[in-house]
Write a protein that binds this ligand. Structure first.
Ligand SMILES: NC(=O)c1ccc[n+]([C@@H]2O[C@H](COP(=O)([O-])OP(=O)(O)OC[C@H]3O[C@@H](n4cnc5c(N)ncnc54)[C@H](OP(=O)(O)O)[C@@H]3O)[C@@H](O)[C@H]2O)c1
Length: 385
């Protein structure tokens, strides 16, 4: 047999063909299932998205820019309206200024798109613990929905967890759609520990069906995280090597180069409590990523099957030993240009809240036994941490 003049390229051709075939084989049922799920959960025409807490940091930095991204890419359904709700009194112009404040428009087209986007945005001001504001909101929604036979409403809580319960109750009482789909989205944290999470669940269950509640963590929407599932389960070569036999250790790091910057009150309350519960603000995100990295292939890609696999992995993780944990708090930057954690006016001067945590955990199942998973999370962290 004559040797191939290009043995390497032949091999890579074979590899790429084999990978494509295996990809097709593995991904097709998943894609069909994903398409089916998408059709079940995708937004229907004539939907109103109500952003509760629309005056806040999350709404400004993430929610409105993300909605604009969907709008610009034509991913939002026809007739969509976005209504902001919060206690802050502001007129339409001021609200639109806030909506726009974190959206970059590098081109003329984008600027025009943003103008169009603001045309579907409006604002209602009201309290979180009284019916009056929600009744005002209802009037506004009915006005927007005039002439529609179905009214689909998505309520997105960009609010501090302390008001989740009253808001979800008032929304159910005053704004639940009479004829159409209802969804309530709770941005993580869903409670600050097991007890408060159960309390929140117990308060929401009588009013909202499980399929109406979406508990979300926007970090899991990042491309890199979403790609983990494809990387692991659509690629047989990767899948076959994904175990203790080929992987020495796994490091998952989340670091923010900036500090609390005036939001230390919130962080100080939640950072330390989370840490005590070993679900620190960012470590909770990292645990989610850990489960995506380590879980076995779910029966399907439905939310329930993925959750079951994640729980199986979490159950295989024994309690973390204190000697495998390091915590710390960031100080002034070496060049003195950035303040330390306790120099933030919103942080108590005697705070012992950890702003950095690193821990090693193990997963005692057949696939991962003995492999250390090193998780690091830090605010105000430099590249060396
Ligand atoms: N910011 C982020 O990047 C981020 C990241 C991950 C998760 N989250 C989660 O997203 C949710 C919202 O975060 P956020 O940063 O937007 O919070 P925020 O700015 O502190 O609060 C959002 C809005 O809620 C109202 N509010 C604030 N404190 C309140 C209180 N004690 N009682 C009643 N209402 C209050 C304020 O609106 P009015 O005074 O106008 O009513 C505020 O504009 C939180 O659960 C947070 O954990 C945020």
């Amino acid at each position: 047999m004559r040797a191939s003049p290009h043995p390497v390229s032949r091999k890579s051709l074979w590899l790429s063909q084999a990978m494509r075939a295996s990809y097709q084989e593995e991904i097709s049922p998943l894609r069909r299932r994903a398409d089916h799920l998408r059709s079940e959960i995708e937004l229907k025409d004539n939907t109103v998205i109500v952003v509760l807490g629309a005056s806040g940091d999350l709404a400004k930095k993430k929610t409105f820019p993300a909605l604009f991204g969907l709008f610009r890419n034509k991913f939002l359904p026809n007739g969509l309206q976005i209504v902001g709700y919060a206690r802050t009194k502001m007129d339409h112009e001021e609200f639109i200024k806030r909506v726009k404040s974190n959206i970059k428009t590098p081109s003329k087209d984008m600027e025009e798109e943003l103008e169009k986007f603001t045309k579907v945005c409006s604002y209602v001001s009201g309290q979180y613990d009284k019916d009056d504001g929600f009744k005002e909101l209802e009037k506004h929604l009915e006005e927007l929905e005039k002439g529609q036979d179905k009214t689909n409403r998505v309520f997105y809580m960009a609010l501090p967890p302390s008001v989740f319960i009253p808001v979800s109750e008032h929304v159910k009482k005053n704004n639940y759609p009479k004829n159409g789909i209802a969804r309530i989205i709770v941005e993580k944290p869903f409670g600050k520990d097991l007890e408060s999470s159960r309390e929140l669940q117990a308060a929401m269950s009588p009013n909202w069906k499980e399929e109406e509640i979406f508990r979300i963590d926007h970090y899991l929407g990042k491309e890199m995280v979403k790609n983990l599932l494809v990387l692991r389960f659509a690629n047989s070569f990767m899948h076959a090597n994904w175990s203790k036999h080929y992987i020495d250790n796994v490091q998952i790091t989340f670091k923010e180069p900036f500090g609390t910057e005036g939001r230390g009150g919130y962080f100080d309350e939640f950072g330390i409590r989370y840490f005590r519960a070993l679900t620190a603000l960012t470590l909770a995100d990292l645990l989610q990523i850990l489960t995506l990295l380590t879980m076995d292939r779910p029966l399907s890609f439905s939310a329930e099957d993925i959750r079951d696999e994640k729980v199986r992995v979490l159950k295989a993780i024994p309690p973390i030993k204190p000697e495998n944990v390091i915590i710390g708090q960031y100080g002034k930057s070496l060049d003195g240009s950035k303040p330390g954690y306790k120099e933030d006016d919103t942080v108590p001067k005697d705070s012992r809240c950890p702003t950095f945590a690193s821990m090693v955990l193990f997963c005692n199942n057949e696939r991962w036994e003995g492999v250390p998973f090193i998780m690091k999370a830090g605010k105000g962290a430099s590249s060396g941490c």
